[in-house]
Design a protein around this ligand. Structure first.
Ligand code: 5GP
Ligand code: ZN
Length: 112
Protein backbone atom coordinates (compact mmCIF):
# COMPACT_ATOMS: atom_id res chain seq x y z
CA UNK A 1 0.00 0.00 0.00
CA UNK A 2 1.25 3.43 -0.89
CA UNK A 3 0.99 4.89 2.59
CA UNK A 4 3.85 6.85 4.17
CA UNK A 5 3.03 5.81 7.73
CA UNK A 6 2.57 2.15 6.76
CA UNK A 7 6.08 2.40 5.27
CA UNK A 8 7.34 3.89 8.54
CA UNK A 9 5.67 1.02 10.43
CA UNK A 10 7.33 -1.48 8.08
CA UNK A 11 10.71 0.17 8.73
CA UNK A 12 11.08 1.08 5.04
CA UNK A 13 11.30 4.76 6.02
CA UNK A 14 13.29 5.57 9.18
CA UNK A 15 11.62 7.34 12.09
CA UNK A 16 12.57 8.46 15.58
CA UNK A 17 10.57 6.08 17.77
CA UNK A 18 9.16 7.46 21.00
CA UNK A 19 6.83 4.63 22.06
CA UNK A 20 5.51 1.32 20.77
CA UNK A 21 3.19 -1.43 21.87
CA UNK A 22 1.19 -4.17 20.17
CA UNK A 23 -1.30 -1.75 18.61
CA UNK A 24 0.32 1.67 18.59
CA UNK A 25 3.50 3.34 17.30
CA UNK A 26 4.66 6.86 18.18
CA UNK A 27 7.48 8.84 16.60
CA UNK A 28 8.77 12.39 16.29
CA UNK A 29 7.24 14.62 13.63
CA UNK A 30 9.84 15.43 10.98
CA UNK A 31 8.75 19.09 10.96
CA UNK A 32 8.03 19.88 14.62
CA UNK A 33 5.50 22.64 15.39
CA UNK A 34 6.39 22.73 19.09
CA UNK A 35 9.36 21.68 21.25
CA UNK A 36 7.65 18.30 21.63
CA UNK A 37 5.76 17.09 18.56
CA UNK A 38 4.98 13.39 18.50
CA UNK A 39 2.71 11.49 16.11
CA UNK A 40 0.76 8.53 17.48
CA UNK A 41 -0.57 6.06 14.93
CA UNK A 42 -2.39 2.72 14.93
CA UNK A 43 -0.39 -0.18 13.48
CA UNK A 44 -3.54 -1.04 11.54
CA UNK A 45 -4.10 1.22 8.53
CA UNK A 46 -7.10 3.47 9.16
CA UNK A 47 -7.36 6.35 6.70
CA UNK A 48 -8.54 9.09 9.06
CA UNK A 49 -10.84 9.91 11.96
CA UNK A 50 -13.65 9.78 9.43
CA UNK A 51 -12.94 6.05 8.91
CA UNK A 52 -13.36 5.12 12.58
CA UNK A 53 -16.24 2.73 13.16
CA UNK A 54 -17.48 0.21 15.71
CA UNK A 55 -15.30 -2.38 13.93
CA UNK A 56 -11.98 -0.56 14.39
CA UNK A 57 -12.49 1.90 17.26
CA UNK A 58 -10.82 -0.30 19.90
CA UNK A 59 -7.42 0.85 18.63
CA UNK A 60 -8.42 4.46 19.27
CA UNK A 61 -8.77 3.55 22.95
CA UNK A 62 -5.31 1.96 22.80
CA UNK A 63 -3.95 5.21 21.31
CA UNK A 64 -5.52 7.31 24.05
CA UNK A 65 -4.13 4.95 26.69
CA UNK A 66 -0.66 5.46 25.20
CA UNK A 67 -0.91 9.25 25.05
CA UNK A 68 -0.51 9.92 28.81
CA UNK A 69 2.37 7.45 28.94
CA UNK A 70 4.09 9.29 26.09
CA UNK A 71 3.31 12.70 27.62
CA UNK A 72 4.89 11.62 30.90
CA UNK A 73 7.91 10.20 29.08
CA UNK A 74 8.29 13.50 27.21
CA UNK A 75 8.03 15.58 30.39
CA UNK A 76 4.77 17.31 29.48
CA UNK A 77 3.67 17.74 33.10
CA UNK A 78 2.29 21.21 32.39
CA UNK A 79 -0.10 20.02 29.70
CA UNK A 80 -0.21 19.43 25.98
CA UNK A 81 -2.53 19.35 22.97
CA UNK A 82 -3.79 16.27 21.13
CA UNK A 83 -5.23 16.77 17.67
CA UNK A 84 -6.03 14.97 14.48
CA UNK A 85 -6.50 16.60 11.10
CA UNK A 86 -9.16 14.97 8.96
CA UNK A 87 -9.72 15.29 5.23
CA UNK A 88 -9.24 18.17 2.86
CA UNK A 89 -10.69 20.96 5.00
CA UNK A 90 -8.87 19.59 8.05
CA UNK A 91 -5.57 19.80 6.10
CA UNK A 92 -4.78 16.10 6.59
CA UNK A 93 -1.66 15.46 4.52
CA UNK A 94 -0.98 11.80 5.41
CA UNK A 95 -3.95 9.49 4.94
CA UNK A 96 -3.17 7.18 7.87
CA UNK A 97 -4.90 8.11 11.12
CA UNK A 98 -2.53 9.97 13.41
CA UNK A 99 -2.81 12.03 16.55
CA UNK A 100 -0.41 14.90 17.07
CA UNK A 101 0.87 15.44 20.62
CA UNK A 102 2.13 19.01 20.91
CA UNK A 103 3.72 20.51 23.97
CA UNK A 104 6.76 21.84 25.70
CA UNK A 105 5.58 25.44 25.47
CA UNK A 106 2.39 27.46 25.97
CA UNK A 107 0.48 26.74 22.76
CA UNK A 108 -1.62 29.15 20.73
CA UNK A 109 -5.24 29.56 21.79
CA UNK A 110 -6.13 29.51 18.09
CA UNK A 111 -7.25 26.17 16.76
CA UNK A 112 -8.94 27.01 13.53
P1 5GP B 1 -1.14 16.00 8.96
O1 5GP B 1 -0.82 17.26 8.21
O2 5GP B 1 -1.60 14.90 8.02
O3 5GP B 1 -2.06 16.18 10.12
O4 5GP B 1 0.20 15.54 9.64
C1 5GP B 1 1.18 14.85 8.97
C2 5GP B 1 2.45 15.08 9.73
O5 5GP B 1 3.39 14.13 9.30
C3 5GP B 1 3.05 16.46 9.50
O6 5GP B 1 3.13 17.15 10.73
C4 5GP B 1 4.42 16.15 8.89
O7 5GP B 1 5.44 17.02 9.36
C5 5GP B 1 4.66 14.72 9.30
N1 5GP B 1 5.47 13.96 8.38
C6 5GP B 1 5.35 13.93 7.02
N2 5GP B 1 6.25 13.10 6.50
C7 5GP B 1 6.95 12.58 7.55
C8 5GP B 1 8.03 11.64 7.63
O8 5GP B 1 8.52 11.10 6.64
N3 5GP B 1 8.51 11.36 8.88
C9 5GP B 1 7.98 11.95 10.00
N4 5GP B 1 8.52 11.60 11.17
N5 5GP B 1 6.96 12.82 9.95
C10 5GP B 1 6.46 13.13 8.74
ZN1 ZN C 1 -1.15 3.38 6.37
Amino acid sequence: MDCLFCKILAGDIPSAKVYENEWVYAFRDINPQAPVHVLVIPKEHIASADAISAENSAVVARIFEAIPVIAKQEGLANGYRVLTNCGEDGCQSVKHLHFHILGGKKLSEQMG
